[in-house]
Design a protein around this ligand. Structure first.
Ligand SMILES: [Zn+2]
Ligand SMILES: [Zn+2]
Length: 449
């Protein structure tokens, strides 16, 4: 906790002016090893952050004030001890934002950050993409790549240094996890800078990146740029907590292209496993067609709060899948690679994974979403996206109104998982107590008491 408070303090000291809570949160979360693919420790870090922020507010170092200007977000003001100038110009603010530096060496040795190269974007409060579709010159890049063999320590260090240097020069921001086993990233930047990076990766290590499926989401406005660049070492590029012998990649499930997966969803002998965490599955999931008398394929949600719960869930359920076609999917494919290998290593047969994940499926079925219902939770500033006619399939935890935006930054009082709270419930006076808010997984238990 002390370290967290220190990081926030140093961030505020550097920033030295009012900023929105959303922006502050974003920068700090990015700093703390924000997970891409596996969200395991994200919630405890968010919780730490919220508590630390509250402490700062209590101590008077940070003032929570009402919304200013057009921002719909509560803003946080850093109270300067001695001098506080009024009448800052926008330019001054922009200049200062550009020079925001984050001290994070204590938290993560070897991790590298820089401040956003384009501050107007960095300081914009993230919004859901409105219809009509966004236009802009930026690209969001999603990719992962396992290396043919584990990198040795030197090569691992060199990979981090090379990627960081290249990305920094290009003015690209976002997060790139690099383990000895491979790479997993969500990056944002100008179209040509993003392409220059992927071209460089192919040139630099063709054995690893020659066949990588780089997923580009083009035409993004500046407010979709992630605020900082973080390139950092990890043990696993998705955190399952199992060792590689338990899930050797060559045992991974057979890849199915979106159209093949779509067809497989019509097979009544299928089970469909969602490998993502519950906060993701609740806003969007596959809904296989019902096949009348014989019963349709079965959708299975492990209801995980974190990926490390997956192995136990498999062991408890795998006997039910004998003789079935086991389909699995995740956001963009990376989580299925090890998860399917783990399942096969545990004796599950006929395992198939959706190639390119929900991301590629929705590209293929952009108009009506195919068998996909709701939104695809993502780890960039879109937060989620869906087919053109995507329905809302989830509800506010307090009033039960249809709601699918995680914009309240509230957590379940019991398990600390991110929860859905609608705008109206966020604005209730008096405000809802934290102890009144529960996720759908914890609520039934809570009612029994
Ligand atoms: Zn509500
Ligand atoms: Zn909960």
């Amino acid at each position: 906790m002390t370290k967290v408070v220190k990081s926030i303090s140093s961030f505020l000291k550097d920033f030295g002016k009012a900023t929105t809570e959303a922006e502050l949160r974003e920068v700090l979360l990015a700093q703390w090893d924000d997970e891409i693919g596996g969200t395991d420790d994200k919630h405890s870090r968010q919780e730490q952050f919220v508590s630390a922020l509250e402490e700062l507010i209590k101590s008077g170092k940070v003032r929570a004030s009402d919304a200013k200007g057009k921002s719909s977000s509560r803003s946080i003001e850093y109270v300067k001890k001695n001098k506080r100038k009024n009448g800052n110009t926008g330019e001054e603010e922009e200049h200062r934002a550009k020079h925001t530096k984050i001290d994070q060496s204590e938290k993560e040795k070897g991790s590298l950050t820089n401040s956003a190269s384009s501050s107007p974007a960095a300081s914009a409060v993230a919004e859901y993409p409105d219809k009509p579709k966004p236009t802009g010159n930026n690209t969001i890049l999603l990719f992962y790549a396992y290396t043919p063999s584990l990198m040795n320590r030197e090569k691992h260090d060199a990979a981090i240094a090379h990627c960081y240097g290249f990305l920094k020069n290009l003015g690209v921001t976002g997060r790139l996890r690099i383990g000895r086993e491979g790479f997993n990233g969500t990056l944002t930047g100008p179209n040509d800078a993003i392409r220059a990076f992927t071209t460089e990766l192919r040139r630099w290590d063709n054995a690893t990146f020659g066949k990588t499926d780089f997923k580009y989401v083009d035409n993004q406005p500046d407010n979709q740029l992630l605020p900082t660049l973080k390139v950092f070492p990890v043990t696993e590029i998705v955190t399952y907590g199992f060792n590689t012998e338990e899930a050797p990649l060559h045992m991974g499930g057979t890849h199915l292209k979106p159209k093949e997966f779509h067809k497989a969803l019509e097979n009544k002998n299928s089970v469909v496993i969602d490998v993502r965490n519950f906060n993701e599955t609740v806003i969007g999931k596959f809904q296989p067609p019902e096949n009348s008398a014989d019963g349709g394929p079965k959708y299975l949600d492990p209801c995980m709060r974190r990926s490390t719960e997956f192995p136990e869930w498999v062991d408890n359920n795998k006997d039910d899948w004998k003789g079935k076609q086991v389909l699995m999917y995740c956001t963009a494919g990376v989580r299925c690679e090890r998860a399917s290998a783990f399942m096969r290593n545990r004796g599950v047969e006929n395992v198939y994974q959706l190639e390119g994940g929900i991301h590629r499926y929705l590209e293929e079925f952009q108009e009506d979403g195919g068998y996909w219902k709701g939104k695809n939770y993502v780890f960039d500033k879109r937060f989620s996206h869906g087919a053109d006619n995507a329905d809302t399939i989830s509800y506010c935890v307090h009033c039960d109104k249809p709601w699918d935006r995680y914009n309240a930054h509230q957590k379940c009082f019991q398990c600390k998982m991110e929860i859905l709270l609608c705008n109206e419930c966020q604005r209730l006076k008096p405000a809802l107590k934290k102890s009144e808010l529960f996720c759908p997984l914890c609520l039934p238990k809570e009612k029994e008491k």
